[in-house]
Design a protein around this ligand. Sequence first.
Ligand SMILES: [Zn+2]
Length: 167
Amino acid sequence: MIVFSAFICDLDVFFSKYAKDNNHRNLITHSIIPSIIVIVLGITFNWPALILSGFTLFLHIFVDLFDWGTNLFYFSKKTIGPRLFISNEEQKNLPKYLAQYKNKESFFDFKYYNNKLALMIEALLFVLMMICIIIYAFEYTLIIFIYFFGLYFHLSKHFHLKKLEKS
Ligand SMILES: [Zn+2]
């Protein structure tokens, strides 16, 4: 449950069409609100696993702040975070940059896969994850299949976009 709550909020990509700019990170699910609710519920019912789930949920939102940012305080409708992948210049003229691509998503996708540091961190975290699982939760090793499923989803999208932009 703790692991599930760390990525459950990304399932909101399926509701992207309801979000501002079609960005799932602008949805309430990528704000700080659900983590607070889950932690409060965990404390109310004195349920440690639920409290931890609230923290992993928050951790996810926290990490998301660093790449593209999220709508952290939902009601302010502002994307917040260091947003390391996007410069102020690009942010201001975003429509111009997006127009260079056949599919708007390509801009974000290529920025990520052309960033060697991001890929290195990804690989490093993967190794760290494997070590942690083997040491602390060997009986849950099968959980890494969820990771590979997500990896497959992202890579197939990447290659799809690559093909599309070349054509
Ligand atoms: Zn996310």
